[in-house]
Design a protein around this ligand. Structure first.
Ligand SMILES: Cc1ncc(COP(=O)(O)O)c(C=O)c1O
Length: 304
C-alpha cells in the first residue's frame, strides 16, 4: 500500500488489525460471486464529540441484508454497533465514512455456501465529498435498467448488486456526465448508482415509493422527515422520466453523497440550471441534522 490507508486500523472479527495485515483469501466466495453484504455509514464531528449518524438504522439494514441471503454471523446488532464505535475511536477520527463488510471467508470455487464460514470486517476511512462538484452535477439517464426483484433483492446491500450500478456510472462518465440515473423496467425513475433521487415540483417533493426498484435509503428517510417537519409536502410515488426533465429542482442523496443537486439531465438544464432553493435549504438542514445542530433529530445521533 502506498497511500494514506497505511495507518488505518481495521476491526476484523473482534481483532484490531493494521490495514496492511487485513488480507483475504484469493478464492473467497464473496469476491468471486458478489455475495458480500455491506453498509455505508458516516460519522460526523459535533459539539458533543463524534456522532455516528443513524448507526442503529444502518446496522438494522445490514442484518436485514444478511437475513435475505441467509448469512449468519456470530455477533448481535448491538455488538456490531459497538464494534463500529470501537474502530472509529481506535483510528481517532472525528469524522469518517465507515464500511462494514460481511463475506464468506473461504478459499475455493464452490458456489453453494453450505458449511462456509463468514467473517466481518469494519473499515473506517476519511471521506470528504463522495461526489465532487457540490454546485450541481450533470446526470445521464442510463441505458442500463435498475435491477429489480425479478432478478435480485434490491433491499440487500449485496456487493453483487453494484455491478449493475457500476455499468451505469461507467456509461455516464464515458459520455461526459457525472453520474447515472437508472430507470426501472417499466420506464419509471428508480435511483442513482448509489443514491436515491428527489424531484421538486411546485414546492412539493416527489420521490420513488418503496415499491419501486430502489434501496430504502436512510438519507431518503432523513430528507422526508426534515421536509415534513418544515411543512413541505412529500409524495412517494412512481415518477415518469419527463417529470424529471420538467422538474423545478432535482437532487440525489445518500450517506456518501449527502445531498447533491442535479442541475442537468441528458444535456437539458433542470429549472434554472443551478441548485434550487428547496434543495439548498434541505442540503443545509441535512448538514445541520447530521452535525447535531438540530435538536429535533437528536435520537439519530450516536455519540462515541
Ligand atoms: C443503490 C443505492 N441507493 C441508495 C443509496 C442511499 O442509501 P443511504 O441513504 O442509506 O446511504 C445507496 C447508498 O448506500 C445505494 O447504494
Amino acid at each position: 500500500m502506498t497511500d494514506s490507508k497505511d495507518k488505518l486500523k481495521v476491526w476484523w472479527d473482534g481483532q484490531i488489525l493494521n490495514f496492511n495485515e487485513a488480507k483475504v483469501p484469493v478464492l473467497n466466495h464473496s469476491m468471486q460471486y458478489g455475495s458480500g453484504i455491506f453498509e455505508g455509514i458516516r460519522a460526523y464531528e459535533t459539539q458533543k464529540g463524534t456522532s455516528i449518524f443513524r448507526l442503529k438504522d444502518h446496522v438494522k439494514r445490514f442484518f436485514r441484508g444478511m437475513k435475505i441471503y441467509d448469512i449468519k454471523i456470530k455477533y448481535s446488532e448491538t455488538e456490531v454497533q459497538n464494534a463500529i464505535k470501537t474502530i472509529v475511536r481506535e483510528n481517532g477520527f472525528k469524522s469518517c465514512y465507515i464500511r462494514p463488510f460481511v463475506f464468506y471467508y473461504d478459499d475455493n470455487i464452490q458456489l453453494p455456501t453450505e458449511g462456509k464460514m463468514t467473517s466481518l470486517y469494519i473499515v473506517p476511512l476519511p471521506l470528504g465529498k463522495y461526489i465532487e462538484n457540490n454546485n450541481g452535477i450533470r446526470c445521464k439517464i442510463s441505458s442500463w435498467i435498475r435491477i429489480d426483484s425479478y432478478i435480485l433483492p434490491v433491499q440487500a446491500k449485496a456487493s453483487g448488486n453494484y455491478i449493475n450500478s457500476l455499468l451505469a456510472v461507467k456509461e455516464a462518465k464515458a459520455s461526459g456526465f457525472d453520474e447515472a440515473i437508472m430507470m426501472d423496467r417499466e420506464g419509471y425513475i428508480a435511483e442513482g448508482s448509489a443514491e436515491n433521487i428527489f424531484v421538486v415540483k411546485d414546492d412539493r417533493l416527489l420521490t420513488p415509493s418503496l415499491d419501486s426498484s430502489i434501496l430504502e435509503g436512510i438519507t431518503r428517510d432523513t430528507v422526508i422527515s426534515i421536509a415534513k417537519s418544515d411543512g413541505i409536502k412529500v409524495e412517494e410515488r412512481k415518477i415518469h422520466r419527463e417529470e424529471l426533465i420538467t422538474a423545478d429542482e432535482v437532487f440525489i442523496c445518500g450517506t456518501a453523497a449527502e445531498i447533491t443537486p442535479v442541475i442537468n439531465v441528458d444535456g437539458i438544464n433542470i429549472g434554472t440550471g443551478k441548485e434550487g432553493k428547496i434543495t439548498k435549504m434541505l442540503r443545509e438542514r441535512y448538514m445541520d441534522v447530521v452535525r447535531g445542530n438540530d435538536h429535533n433529530f437528536e435520537e439519530w445521533m450516536d455519540y462515541l
